[in-house]
Design a protein around this ligand. Structure first.
Ligand code: ADP
Length: 485
């Protein structure tokens, strides 16, 4: 299925919109907009609504009071019997003019005595409101939104008898007119405030989001390799913290990269040394026309030794790479540690016996632990091999095994040459060998302890060393009995 260029444009617009909506800027903008607009609209609507209610109540009360005064006058002028009073007639007309309304005076027989609209005089009005008013109940209601309709009883002052009813309807047009003006003003107010809120939302969201934008740009520069400077965005505590944490990670990566480069150059150097020797030996044989057989034999055995050394370095490097692989490749199973150590000792005793070195295993209890037997065996072999290699004639190697409920502990103690204090910190580093002069005499690649440490760390264990030059060295290892993933 082919996507047309127009569709691409829609898809990319859609993406831009989603990216914007997900941004902090957009969230700040929306939050500000809502926080500004919602209360403003509520206040504007609330004010208008309460004005309307209040105005209608005031108007009703006013009219009701006026009608009560009027009904008293109607009684005192006996208007229901004799509606000829011009004074009352005038007042009725004045009142209905004032409120733009209509007043109908009804007597006891539901007959209209006076209608200010002069439409139904002499007719009967028997409506529910009028009947209820004769029963003593005044009514007051808003009809069709445009009129307030009410009934007011005409009562005799002494007997309290209801002798008639005033049926009044008052226009609310003036209230609605006022309300229209007010709504217009409120709308202008809302619009001005709305624009102000909108502008400040845009500005604030831009300025508040800017440090994060700067951060993204800086990170992009660092990621693309255009900048090696530390990230420093101090606008907010958060950006400062992110910058600090990011710089820490970058520094760790730089250190890692440096150590990787150093490792590669060390490996190349170590691999080249035996090759150079082999080349020198072979060349010197080649230039001699009649080299004696003895010389050939001697040089060839030197060459074989160098090949052996090269082989050992490569084997160690491969072990190291294997150790460095993640714990996922571990082959964890319950292993009898006593057996494992015993087996290593058995393999090393013939080598030890060449220098008449005694090797002893002291086990305080049987120990079974969840470990990778292969890797751990390599680690302990290296420790014990070193204990023999860097030992004196007639020396001893003491291996002990103990455990508590959480860990097992292995110590490899020897009576060898010891390690100078200043070297103790470096012996676990790759290719580090204490004394170059004795390194020439004693075979080694400088990788053994690095392999050992890596194997122990992958088991979440720990290794420590203490040593006295001329007296001997102790390596102490601690490993959890149960594998911690
Ligand atoms: P190597 O292949 O040189 O033995 P290692 O990594 O096993 O490499 O050891 C690093 C260095 O630490 C050795 O070259 C040696 O100088 C020193 N070392 C290790 N174990 C002992 C020990 N038991 N006694 C004295 N020196 C030791």
């Amino acid at each position: 299925m082919f996507i047309q260029s127009g569709e691409w444009a829609i898809i990319s617009k859609h993406r831009v919109l989603i990216t914007y909506l997900k941004s902090l800027k957009a969230r700040i903008f929306l939050a500000m907009l809502l926080a500004g607009w919602i209360p403003m609209l509520i206040v504007a609507y609330g004010v208008l609504d309460s004005y309307r209610e209040r105005a209608i109540t005031v108007r009703s009360t006013d009219v009701q009071n006026q009608c009560r005064i009027l009904s008293n006058q109607l009684v005192s002028y006996n208007y229901l019997k004799d509606p000829s009073s011009e004074l009352i007639g005038g007042e009725l007309a004045q009142l209905s003019n004032l409120y733009d309304g209509r007043i109908i005076v009804i007597d006891q027989n539901f007959k209209v005595i006076r209608d200010t609209y002069e439409l139904i005089e002499g007719k009967l009005v028997v409506s529910e409101e009028v009947i209820r008013c004769f029963q003593g109940e005044t009514t007051n209601q808003l009809s069709n939104k445009r009129y307030i309709e009410m009934t007011v009883p005409i009562q005799e002052a002494d007997t309290q008898k209801i002798i008639g009813v005033l049926l009044v309807s008052v226009s609310t047009d003036s209230i609605w007119d006022n309300l229209d003006v007010l709504t217009g003003n409120a709308l202008i107010f809302v619009l001005i405030c709305g624009v102000l809120v909108l502008t400040s939302s845009i500005l604030l969201s831009y300025f508040l989001g800017r440090p994060f934008h700067r951060m993204v740009l800086s990170l992009r520069e660092i990621a693309e390799g255009h900048s090696t400077e530390d990230l420093k965005i101090k606008a907010y505590t958060e950006t400062e913290e992110i910058s600090e944490e990011f710089n820490k990670i970058v520094n760790q990566m730089r250190v890692l990269d440096e150590s990787r480069q150093e490792f590669v150059s060390n490996v190349s150097h170590e691999l080249k040394t035996p090759l150079t020797s082999i080349k020198v030996l072979a060349d010197s044989l080649l230039v001699q026309e009649d080299a004696p057989v003895e010389l050939y034999k001697e040089f060839m055995s030197d060459i074989a030794e160098e090949i052996e050394r090269e082989n050992k370095i490569i084997t160690d490097l491969l072990s190291l790479v294997k150790m460095d692989k993640k714990a996922a490749n571990l082959n964890i199973e319950p292993v009898d540690i006593n057996d494992l150590l015993e087996l290593i000792l058995k393999r090393l005793r013939p080598i030890a016996s060449r220098k008449n070195i005694e090797m002893v295993l002291e086990s305080f209890r049987p120990v079974t632990a969840e470990v990778d037997a292969g890797r751990l065996s390599l680690a302990f072999t290296n420790l014990m091999e070193n204990a023999v290699k860097y030992n004196r004639e007639n020396g001893w190697v003491h291996v002990s095994l103990d455990a508590d409920h959480k860990f097992f502990y292995v110590k490899v103690i020897d009576s060898g040459m010891g390690i100078p204090e200043e070297s103790l910190n470096y012996i676990f580093e790759r290719f580090y060998r204490v004394d170059k002069s004795h390194s020439n005499e004693i075979d080694g690649t400088g990788l053994g302890l690095a392999i050992t440490k890596s194997a122990i760390q992958v088991h979440k264990g720990a290794i420590k060393v203490s040593s006295h030059v001329g007296e001997g060295t102790t390596f102490s290892v601690r490993i959890p009995l149960n594998y911690i993933a």
